[in-house]
Design a protein around this ligand. Structure first.
Ligand SMILES: *[C@@H]1O[C@H](CO)[C@@H](O)[C@H](O)[C@H]1NC(C)=O
Ligand SMILES: *[C@@H]1O[C@H](CO)[C@@H](O)[C@H](O)[C@H]1NC(C)=O
Ligand SMILES: *[C@@H]1O[C@H](CO)[C@@H](O)[C@H](O)[C@H]1NC(C)=O
Ligand SMILES: *[C@@H]1O[C@H](CO)[C@@H](O)[C@H](O)[C@H]1NC(C)=O
Ligand SMILES: *[C@@H]1O[C@H](CO)[C@@H](O)[C@H](O)[C@H]1NC(C)=O
Ligand SMILES: *[C@@H]1O[C@H](CO)[C@@H](O)[C@H](O)[C@H]1NC(C)=O
Length: 452
């Protein structure tokens, strides 16, 4: 009897040792995955920076073709319909090399839903220093294109900049939302500004506010760099995502301050190489990958980094959300140097996401989630579930790494919830996330065996 016990203990020691080295291997592999792939991330954008700045600086020296919307007949009083003047100005600016499409400061332009199509002649800058407002009454909108307000498409190497404001005048849309009042029909509402099917785009310093739904959408685009953008809408405005990235690659968001009623940033299907740096978020629903996999669709998001963020008073912090029944994957995600203050779900993976009026059924298919790193994440949780890994029973979450995570609950003791999630823990992690550790599970099984 004693003999078998000793043998068992020896076996246990051996097991723990081999697990220890397996853990080191795991960690090395993970380091490689998370970090090597991103080393050259910034290079994509630096090439034409000087050129773009020069283009603008030269403007005063007569080197540029200035197209002022006022010269094209805009009234700029906030009540006259200036759509036609903007369309005319666009035609001129787009067709002439080295143009500046100019929306001057101190004035307000009322603009209907409008498409600004490229391709344009080289060297176009869109300078917004004034305010652009949307008609406030949903009845003024063409029901045939409900999702569009200002849509820029098919542009290459274009800069959007200025201290201006893009104002969606969304309050009537919000009141008509089914999220505000269940007796309203669920309908889509316009997105304030969309950059679609474009590449090598820079956006600097614009402010978005009170959008009807999403504020700023980057779709089907490559190489987009966004700096110093602000988003501001009430915390209870429905579906008003700050910056929404869809089907886009090589996108950098930097120094953005976002407060709104839905996700501060949302990254959805067919997006990869997305880097976010120095982001302030709150109020809002946090920084999200997803939702993905709705209506049994394929969802793929790959290579996302968030580095340095302050998230305050939001319902979620760092979130990955997928609908049941979907397929595809979310892979290689790094969240690091994040400070949270009073966030309801600071770290959350939710594979049971269900944003519909009907409850969603459990299904076996799911968007697969793996290689997600949380490093140096600290702060306070409004709920006790500081970390939640709610993963599909049939498609578990794998390689979740927690490396120096410290979250305390505002009231009571912080906890971790896991369903079908495995990973590794490094450094100081609080609350303890033992439930992630698949290796522990195996040891428990041996313990149970021993009792018998
Ligand atoms: C802008 O929308 C209003 C309201 O639907 C409409 O009367 C007006 O003609 C539109 N302007 C243009 C230039 O289409
Ligand atoms: C972009 O412009 C090119 C050249 O005019 C055109 O062939 C293409 O259809 C446009 N694409 C979109 C998405 O508008
Ligand atoms: C919701 O909408 C219905 C029908 O328009 C209206 O009677 C009701 O007062 C609204 N409820 C709230 C809370 O606004
Ligand atoms: C997601 O993107 C993939 C291509 O990467 C495409 O096949 C799929 O249809 C897209 N899913 C949705 C919901 O659009
Ligand atoms: C951890 O993140 C915070 C920002 O949230 C940053 O100030 C701090 O320097 C980071 N610590 C390390 C060791 O990188
Ligand atoms: C779906 O599965 C999850 C995880 O196993 C479980 O917690 C939840 O109760 C299930 N929901 C339904 C409606 O069966």
């Amino acid at each position: 009897m004693v003999k078998t016990k000793i043998i068992f203990i020896l076996f246990l020691v051996f097991l723990l040792e081999s697990l220890g080295s397996a853990y080191d291997d795991d960690k090395n592999i993970l380091e490689e995955i998370y970090f090597s792939e991103f080393d050259d991330f910034d290079d994509v954008y630096n090439e034409d920076e000087d050129e773009i700045f020069d283009v603008w600086r030269n403007n005063g020296r007569g080197n540029k073709n200035l197209v002022n919307v006022d010269t094209c007949g805009a009234a700029g009083d906030g009540t006259t319909d200036d759509t036609k003047a903007f369309e005319d100005a666009w035609k001129q600016a787009c067709s002439t090399r080295r143009s500046v499409f100019m929306v001057p400061s101190g004035r307000t332009y009322l603009i209907n839903a409008t498409k600004f199509d490229g391709p344009c002649a080289n060297g176009l800058t869109i300078q917004v220093d004034g305010t652009i407002v949307a008609p406030s009454d949903p009845e003024d909108w063409d029901p045939k294109s409900p999702k569009a307000w200002l849509v820029f498409s098919n542009l290459t190497a274009v800069t959007f900049q200025g201290n201006g404001i893009i104002d969606g005048s969304g309050s009537k849309w919000w009141a008509a939302s089914c999220k505000k009042n269940k007796s309203n029909a669920c309908k889509s509402a316009p997105r304030a500004l969309t950059i679609d099917s474009s590449s090598r785009i820079r956006v600097k310093g614009l402010t978005f506010q009170n959008s009807q739904q999403m504020h700023f959408v980057i779709s089907r685009s490559d190489s987009v760099r966004v700096n110093g953008v602000k988003v501001s809408s009430p915390g209870d405005s429905p579906n008003t995502d700050g910056i929404h990235i869809s089907e886009s690659t090589n996108v950098v968001l930097q120094d953005c301050k976002i407060g709104t009623g839905d996700d501060c940033i949302s990254i959805v299907n067919a997006s990869s190489n997305i880097k976010m740096k120095s982001i302030y978020c709150g109020p809002g629903h946090g920084i999200s990958i997803g939702s993905l996999g709705k209506d049994d669709s394929i969802g793929i998001v790959n290579r996302v980094v968030l580095d340095t963020a302050f998230i305050k008073g939001t319902s979620n912090g760092l979130r990955i959300k997928t609908w049941q029944g979907g397929s595809g994957y979310v892979r290689t995600v790094r969240f690091q140097n994040v400070q949270m203050d009073d966030v309801s779900n600071p770290i959350i993976i939710d594979q049971f996401y269900c944003d519909s009026q009907k409850p969603c059924q459990n299904q076996t298919s799911a968007v697969e989630i793996s290689q997600v790193l949380y490093r140096n994440v600290t702060g306070t949780s409004k709920s006790q579930k500081a970390m939640k890994f709610a993963c599909s029973d049939t498609v578990p979450c794998r390689d979740i790494t927690l490396d120096n995570v410290n979250l305390v609950a505002r009231d009571g003791t912080a906890e971790v919830y896991c369903n079908s999630a495995t990973g590794v823990i490094a450094g100081y992690v609080h609350p303890e996330a033992e439930c992630l550790n698949s290796n522990d599970k195996k040891i428990e099984e041996y313990d149970v065996h021993n009792e018998l």
